[in-house]
Ligand binder design. Structure first.
Ligand code: SF4
Length: 326
């Protein structure tokens, strides 16, 4: 089948993935593979902007890629690799930085947020983060980048850099299109914040059924439902949102039972825990099999980097020619 174009997406190496990562990104990565040429990158250089992460980079990369592969990201269909294994991205980053006005960078909401988050380490890399992201996307001549609505302005930044580069040096870079994708906001077990490892409110997809149950049992439900006999409000209960993903056939029944206090939260949690564990049973099996052959992840990433490098070298040669570097 003719593919519709090339998709690029990158993710920081955050180790074992949680339900939020899965529902928000991974299942979408898997679904895009049949329609598009997908290039999926572990953006380890981006992770260097906060220096605490560096010691865990290798293990986090391996754990994340194990999850990706077990979830169905297929190296036969997609290029899966690590950003720093294709160093051409750093050269393109420098070249693109020359067409990027400082004002564009300092105004970016993500930059401002990072400055707030790590005021003691406002490094040059943080400022150039968006330029490196533009280099990631343009190096592989991506036609399409899947993003959620809130991330669309970041991609617009890349499009502006491309327009500026092409205006000065000729039409060399591809202006990527935004593919608005539904990225559900998955809350953590605290029922308030987005699911996140930093907040330790997450459920890892590689967890055992017992671990899943232990976490689900701690989930915050409708805060107004104090007694078993109180009717519940599924629309404010994060647990019910997850039932939407993992218990689609029981969803309506659970909703009605909750509203009429026919079901208690403990029973409702037990159903969800069982369904999540069941949904990831084949995943856990594939992950175990992959982890049992330690060289597999390394081989897949080396092959991915070799394939990515072919595209990267060609783009960089065109860019250098256009800029007329001697
Ligand atoms: Fe939430 Fe289920 Fe309790 Fe209703 S019964 S409040 S959906 S946990």
């Amino acid at each position: 089948m003719m593919k519709k174009g090339r998709v690029f997406s990158g993710a920081r190496p955050t180790g074992r993935q949680h339900l939020g990562n899965y529902l928000g990104a991974i299942r979408n990565y898997v679904a895009l593979q049949d329609e598009y040429d997908c290039v999926y990158c572990v953006v380890d250089l981006h992770a260097l902007t906060s220096l605490q992460e560096t010691k865990a980079l290798r293990v986090n990369t391996r754990e994340m890629v194990l999850d990706w592969l077990a979830a169905g990201m297929d190296p036969e269909k997609s290029i899966i690799f690590v950003q720093s294994h294709v160093p051409q991205v750093t050269e393109l980053h420098i070249i693109l930085s020359m067409v990027t006005p400082m004002g564009w960078l300092t105004r970016l909401p993500t930059f401002k947020e990072k400055v707030r988050q790590q005021p003691d380490n406002v490094n040059y890399g943080l400022l150039g983060y968006a330029v490196l992201m533009a280099a990631d996307i343009t190096l592989y001549k991506a036609d399409i980048v899947p993003v959620g609505e809130d991330q669309a302005p970041h991609l617009e930044f890349t499009r502006e850099i491309v327009r500026r580069f092409n205006y000065h040096f000729g039409k060399v870079l591809v202006e990527p299109q935004i593919k608005l994708t539904e990225f559900p906001r998955v809350l953590g077990i605290d029922g308030v914040n987005k699911m996140s490892k930093t907040l330790n409110n997450h459920i890892e997809i590689a967890s055992s059924p017992e671990e899943i149950r232990e976490r689900v049992m701690r989930m915050v439900t409708d805060p107004q439902r104090r007694y078993r006999t109180d009717p519940g409000r599924p629309e404010v209960c994060n647990l019910f949102t997850l039932h939407g993903f993992f218990s689609p056939e029981q969803e309506k029944e659970i909703e009605a039972a909750c509203r009429t206090a026919q079901i208690g939260c403990v029973e409702c949690k037990a159903i969800l825990a069982k369904n999540i564990a069941q949904a990831f049973a084949p995943f856990r099996e594939r992950r175990e099999a992959l982890a049992a052959k330690p060289e597999t992840v390394g081989d897949i990433l080396a092959d991915g980097a070799a394939r990515a490098r072919v595209i990267a070298e060609a783009t960089l040669a065109e860019v250098k020619e256009a800029v007329a570097l001697p």
